[in-house]
Design a protein around this ligand. Structure first.
Ligand SMILES: [Mg+2]
Length: 252
């Protein structure tokens, strides 16, 4: 081997060693740098177990309640962090040292790359086995202009069927409570099914169950009413979401 070749070879070895060292030291560092909430959701067994546990308990309750229904009924689910997992969006935003923005969120929604919250598909697929009275309704604060992309993202996993109801938010006044009323009364966008009795609700935010519009009310409910509220574990099923929520904004 010529001395010039030897020199080139040793330079290559040094360069490769630097790359390996960089990968070994920098990459784990990046993983560790994720905020604890995102790390917990994306990496912990505890988070996934909580989701599966919630959905499994939900299924037992739905199966039992369905036997007592004489009219058509629905299971109502929120979408984000209830059925669709947007943690990749959170990871990407953290990587650029930023959080939610309307534009970045819209870009993420149109990519239709959200994955599934553990346990969600098992519950929804099982609900569909309970006969023609059973219906699946999604009530989400995703905007109306994001509705088609949301449906297509759910369809990737077989989670949106022709008979299902999708109620995105049509404006600031279009609260989730109003849309639950729409399901119960069978009016407006819910007309195709007529009135449906909601036998279970799944969500990651208190507004997925009922409205709580101030920190004071939230505190009173949490301390005085919640411990004995019989809905939890029977009709209401809460998924964990430590990354964002109306709790950040005093429930406004
Ligand atoms: Mg949500």
């Amino acid at each position: 081997m010529k001395s010039s070749d030897k020199s080139a070879l040793s330079k290559s070895i040094v360069a490769m060693a630097i790359i390996v060292l960089f990968a070994a030291t920098i990459c784990p560092q990046q993983a560790q740098d994720l905020p604890n909430d995102i790390k917990w959701v994306t990496q912990s067994v505890e988070y996934a177990a909580l989701c599966v546990q919630t959905y499994r308990a939900g299924w037992w309750a739905v199966k039992e309640a369905a036997q007592q229904q004489t009219e058509d009924w629905a299971v109502v689910l929120d979408v984000d962090e209830t059925v669709l997992d947007n943690s990749q969006y959170a990871v990407e935003r953290a990587a650029v040292d930023s959080g939610y923005t309307e534009q970045s969120w819209a870009e993420w929604v149109f990519r239709k790359e959200a994955t599934l919250i553990p346990g969600a598909k098992a519950l929804i697929d099982s609900v569909r086995t309970l006969g023609p009275k059973a219906h699946v309704a999604y009530i989400t604060n995703r905007k109306f202009e994001h509705e088609q992309a949301t449906i297509e993202n759910l369809q990737k996993y077989g989670l949106f069927k022709e008979d299902d109801i999708m109620l995105t938010r049509k404006g600031p006044e279009d609260t989730k409570e109003k849309r639950r009323q729409c399901v119960r009364e069978g009016t407006g966008r819910c007309e195709k099914h007529g009135p449906l009795k909601i036998i279970a609700l799944f969500g990651d935010n208190i507004h997925d169950f009922f409205p709580v519009y101030s920190m004071t009310r939230a505190r009173v409910y949490r301390e005085e009413t919640l411990p004995a509220d019989p809905h939890w574990g029977r009709e209401y099923f809460m998924l964990p979401n430590p990354t964002y929520g109306s709790w950040e904004r005093d429930y406004q």
